[in-house]
Design a protein around this ligand. Structure first.
Ligand SMILES: CC(C)(COP(=O)(O)OP(=O)(O)OC[C@H]1O[C@@H](n2cnc3c(N)ncnc32)[C@H](O)[C@@H]1OP(=O)(O)O)[C@@H](O)C(=O)NCCC(=O)NCCS
Length: 171
């Protein structure tokens, strides 16, 4: 498994992922589905936008810089993981720093767990962040396992106010 910045060379397997996600139960984490990929232009713009978000100093109101990696397994696009460079009050409550999705075909092989381990290294070494927030839905057992396998510790301080489960990982 490798983490690589979004790259149009993975177009074919990205389209396969977008096809698998149609009608799939559970969260798509905002991933494009094949219905939304109405032209090549949409795909190219998506890649450009993800790359731009890493360094753009002039993002729309409420957005923060975010580094996106594509998870590549044996040369194929297997999913996405990203880290936000800072938290806003809303992210501190709901979204957290890191989000990920593995395409259905590649699930239950340990990829999300490994991808999180890798992005945490980047988060510490490149972004100099030492305390990382991740949030999940209460019924997302798989994601909770991914986080606890990487040292996540439950923060129950907002449990009576929000439905999300929040974890901190100290790096
Ligand atoms: C959550 C998700 C990223 C997990 O990806 P994955 O690559 O399958 O995860 P892993 O293979 O690393 O599995 C981690 C653990 O969860 C378990 N697991 C995986 N899918 C599971 C499921 N559907 N139900 C219960 N446990 C599950 C694995 O067995 C493993 O457990 P173990 O550590 O005891 O062996 C993937 O299911 C997904 O993309 N879901 C939709 C998007 C999403 O929910 N993103 C996270 C938002 S917070």
């Amino acid at each position: 498994m490798e983490l690589i910045r979004p790259n149009v060379k993975f177009k074919d397997s990205f389209y396969e992922a977008a096809t698998e996600l149609v009608g799939h139960k559970g969260s798509t984490e905002g991933h494009l589905t094949i219905d939304e990929l109405t032209s090549e232009e949409v795909f190219f713009d998506h890649v450009k936008r993800k790359l731009d978000f890493e360094h753009n100093p002039d993002l729309p109101e409420g957005y923060v810089n975010e580094t996106t990696f594509w998870i590549i397994e044996n040369g194929e696009y297997a999913g996405r993981i990203s880290v936000r460079h800072r938290l806003t009050p809303k992210l501190e409550t709901y979204g957290g720093h890191i989000g990920y999705i593995i395409r259905p075909k590649f699930r239950k092989r340990g990829l999300a767990t490994k991808a999180l381990t890798e992005i945490l290294k980047y988060t510490k070494e490149e972004l100099r962040i030492t305390k990382v927030l991740l949030t999940t839905d209460e019924d997302n057992v798989a994601s909770q396992k991914v986080i606890t396998a990487n040292g996540g510790v439950r923060d129950k301080s907002l449990d009576d106010q929000i439905e999300k489960i929040r974890f901190w990982i100290e790096l």
